[in-house]
Design a binder for this molecule. Structure first.
Ligand SMILES: [Zn+2]
Length: 365
């Protein structure tokens, strides 16, 4: 498959970028027609696979080295890195799960007017048009399927959502879904000079989130059903945009996901939970479990708690009886990105911290 694609890329994909004139002697014979159909098909395929995500606004300073402060909206008094994805808030102690992309366009009152666009073809999953109910303010979630993997983009703090946009509706890459704003239900709000769209790319943890939330936080409100931020596990959109740009046609979102650095590996004594059915492309093979039967799954989590690989394990490969068993911790990764506090070291021994246990409970609920 890969070999075939590489070969295609070198030969037939070239007409994508620069149409070449046919030699006069070559009329549109049957072979010629087939050639053109193939070239056109692989052209569409290349674009579908190679650059699945597009920036959600006209701000393209992400790609200009040294101009990052024109792309990222920093938190007050801090550097542009506080607008990035990762352990960038509260001096590294707090996670920011998206990119804060600066406004480029304002009205005469200084309010942002940038159109916000769908990052990829997809369908509307959720619209929150009641800004007082979320620190995201008005926000939209879109569902995409990239290389067979479900990914959810999120656009927050919108001034307004495009009229009539509702769940289930199809959207195309670059289609305007709303206008940038400063909505949020936080006390301090977002100042004019920091106007931005908060943009995320997420995997979805569990369609039974609402029931899990009721069980886990009795009496607490959940206004957004499964579209609560806790149920969406973000990957770094900046890393994706830069990889797309650097790798061109070779970029693969699936490889990007599979290539995440693990913070820890956990053995889960369960053989059926929603994530396994939703992300079959992230399940690894294990001949022992295939032969003897599956008794559990070894899950790899990145520092933000994204489950990015699951390996079936046979009973003969499992020691201990705990529901969640911490198998390994990548200490270097923990030192780099500790802010989600999924694991902790106690007296020199690593264990799952409350955040890690809660995440696994949701994942397998
Ligand atoms: Zn943000």
């Amino acid at each position: 498959m890969v070999v075939g694609f590489r070969w295609l890329k070198r030969s037939w994909l070239r007409p994508c970028h620069r149409p070449r004139r046919l030699p006069a002697s070559l009329s549109l014979s049957r072979a010629g027609t087939a050639l053109f159909v193939l070239a056109a098909f692989s052209c569409a395929w290349q674009h579908a696979i190679a650059q699945p995500f597009r920036l959600p606004t006209a701000n393209r300073f992400l790609f200009d080295q040294g101009a990052e402060d024109k792309f990222f909206a920093a938190t007050p008094g801090k550097t542009w890195t506080t607008g990035c994805f990762g352990c960038v808030r509260s001096d590294g102690g707090q996670m920011h799960e998206g990119l804060d992309i600066r406004s480029m366009q304002r009205d005469r009152h200084g309010e942002p007017t940038d159109p916000v666009m769908a990052t990829a073809d997809g369908t509307v999953a959720y619209v929150n048009a009641r800004p007082s109910l979320s620190n995201y303010g008005n926000y939209v979630v879109l569902r995409h399927v990239i290389e067979g993997v479900e990914v959810y983009s999120l656009y927050a703090h919108l001034h307004s959502v495009r009229a009539g946009l509702k769940a289930g509706e199809a959207v195309r890459t670059g289609e305007v879904i709303g206008v940038m704003g400063r909505t949020a239900n936080t006390r301090q709000g977002i100042a004019k000079d920091r106007a931005h769209v908060h943009f995320e790319l997420n995997l979805f943890l569990n369609e039974r989130f609402d029931a899990w939330h009721r069980k886990t936080f009795p009496g607490q409100r959940n206004d957004h059903g499964a579209w609560n931020g806790q149920n969406l596990a973000g990957v770094d959109p900046r890393a994706i945009f830069l990889a797309e740009r650097n790798q061109g046609a070779a970029f693969s979102f699936l490889s990007f996901l599979r290539g995440q650095t693990d913070l820890c590996r956990v053995l889960v004594r369960q053989t059926d939970f929603p994530w396994l059915r939703r992300y079959p492309a992230l399940i690894r093979r294990n001949p022992v479990a295939e032969r003897e039967g599956v008794a559990g799954y070894e899950i790899a989590l990145n520092f933000n708690g994204v489950p990015f690989a699951a390996t079936p394990r046979a009973a003969s490969e499992i020691r201990g009886r705990a529901r969640f068993q911490l198998l390994s911790v990548n200490e270097a990764e923990y030192r780099r990105n500790p802010c989600r506090k999924l694991v902790r070291s106690r007296g020199g021994r690593w264990e799952l911290a409350n955040n890690g246990l809660r995440l696994l409970d949701l994942l397998t609920y």
